[in-house]
Design a protein around this ligand. Structure first.
Ligand code: ADP
Ligand code: MG
Length: 442
């Protein structure tokens, strides 16, 4: 997760600072994308696949479209580079209206990567990557350099992979070449439609990490479609949760969506894993921090003995001269150490601040034999403790709340999916509105 948050900071700063890091020489950084009342009606369908979508995507951010199958994610995405022509509304890239622009010109601005990479099987890796640069008439030498540079960028040895055919590559390698091809003409915008949908979970995880690293370097504007909410959480600076007709149920940061789902549809989609994800989003300051009996190394031994004896806990916390947690002292520790503080007790192995996540706190508790973790202030001074019961109760409450939500909404989602499957099977009939519209009210 730490890599993710690094990338978030980086891509956010990339949004404002065009003068930011440009590791690849002359790399074009991201552009804003504005969708205004974007609509797509497929011929013969009474209800639009995409209905009046308006959103603004900032330069340099990764925005994820997530939503159930058939809700219009791909149609919305493909209208951005006009692989699908909108029937209504406008698209602006960096303020320029591209709705009527020559699509070939538009695709210089917008790279595109899809599931199973979409590589041409009869072309080598190099030819695949060179596709768009050739189309737009780059000189040969420049293309050659660019291909090498792109292979390098996506972690494939140019010498080794240059001349191979797609079938000679693993799924993960094909996907990397797909990303290299999408980036070859150095577009400010990259569109990705379930690009990692067809690879195994471990490869998928690596490719996600790679994308985060790449974005950290390139600061492109990336619009990424997935139906996997975990993937959305991992990759997104912001997530647009879409419902049928591409209506935006919520468009916000992962944190905001996990902690404040806008409605039942969103919480249903967030799913039952949300409690554990939320451990990373819930802070120590959000749970009960309790007092604990403490003594300091400067206290007279007799006082420490008395406090140990009179406290109703089986140990006390010994603080150092500056009030920082130092050792856990149990009854008997001082006896065994013959009254020497230097030898007595167990060193405090880990502490947390109020800003630490509950996950950090849980890890600290598990590392420490005392069953609790000391919470410290800005200068490391003791401010209280969080015990394992408090943590487990919080986890339990989050899980319980999620279980109830998931149960309540599974039914709705199943109905929605059934209606969509039905609508798709009906094809070009007038049934779509009836089916999907009926569920929309649910
Ligand atoms: N070429 C097409 N012709 C007619 N209907 C289509 C076409 N492509 C997609 N649709 C319909 O538009 C809706 C949205 O599809 P799509 O954008 O592919 O959804 P998603 O990517 O979210 O699964 C679905 O109901 C789908 O059946
Ligand atoms: Mg799709």
């Amino acid at each position: 997760m730490s890599e993710t948050s690094t990338s978030r900071t980086a891509s956010t700063s990339g949004a404002t600072a065009t003068s930011g890091a440009t590791p690849t020489s002359g790399t074009t950084t991201g552009a804003t994308i504005e969708l205004e009342n974007l609509t797509k009606r497929y011929p013969g369908h009474p209800s639009p696949a995409v209905d009046n979508v308006s959103m603004e995507i900032k330069a340099g951010e990764i925005v994820i479209f997530v939503g159930p199958s058939g809700c219009g994610k791909s149609t919305t995405l493909k209208m951005i580079n006009r692989l699908i022509e909108p029937t209504g509304g406008r698209i602006r890239i960096n303020g320029e209206d591209v709705t009527d622009m020559d699509p070939v010109k538009l695709r210089r601005k917008v790279g595109y990567a899809i599931q199973a990479s979409g590589l041409f099987p009869h072309m080598t890796v190099a030819q695949n990557i060179a596709l768009v640069p050739r189309m737009i008439g780059w000189p040969k030498a420049r293309i050659r350099n660019r291909v090498e540079e792109m292979l390098d960028l996506v972690g494939l040895d140019p010498g080794e992979f240059h001349g191979r055919y797609p079938r000679q590559l693993s799924g993960g390698q094909q996907q990397r070449v797909g990303v290299a091809r999408a980036l070859a003409a150095d577009p400010p915008v990259l569109l990705m439609d379930e690009p990692f949908g067809a690879v195994d979970p471990i490869t998928r995880d690596h490719l996600q990490d790679e994308l985060i690293r790449l974005q950290h370097e390139l600061h492109k504007t990336i619009v990424f479609v997935t139906h996997d909410f975990d993937e959305a959480i991992k990759l997104g600076d912001r997530i647009a949760v879409l419902r049928e007709h591409s209506h935006i149920a919520q468009f916000d940061t992962p944190e905001a969506i996990l902690t404040n789902p806008a409605d039942d549809f969103v919480s249903g989609f967030v799913g039952a894993g949300a409690a554990l994800k939320r451990l990373n989003l819930t802070r120590v300051r959000d749970v009960e921090i309790t007092d604990y009996p403490t003594v300091t190394v400067d206290d007279p031994l007799q006082e420490i003995f008395n406090k140990l004896r009179s406290s109703n806990t089986n140990e006390i916390l010994l603080l150092d001269k500056r009030g920082r947690p130092y050792k856990w002292l149990r009854r008997g520790d001082l006896m065994r150490a013959k009254g020497s503080l230097a030898r007595a007790g167990t060193l405090v192995s880990d502490t947390v601040t109020r800003d630490a996540t509950l996950r950090d706190a849980l890890e600290a508790v598990l590392m420490d034999s005392s069953g609790r973790v000391a919470v410290t202030g800005r200068r490391g001074e003791y401010t209280g403790v969080v015990d394992v019961e408090t943590l487990m109760n919080s986890v339990h409450e989050l899980l319980e709340a999620d279980r109830l939500e998931a149960m309540a909404h599974r039914h709705d989602l199943e109905e929605l999916r059934a209606a969509q499957t039905h609508a798709e099977q009906e094809g070009v009939g007038g049934i779509v509105e009836g089916g999907v519209g009926g569920v929309k009210k649910a």
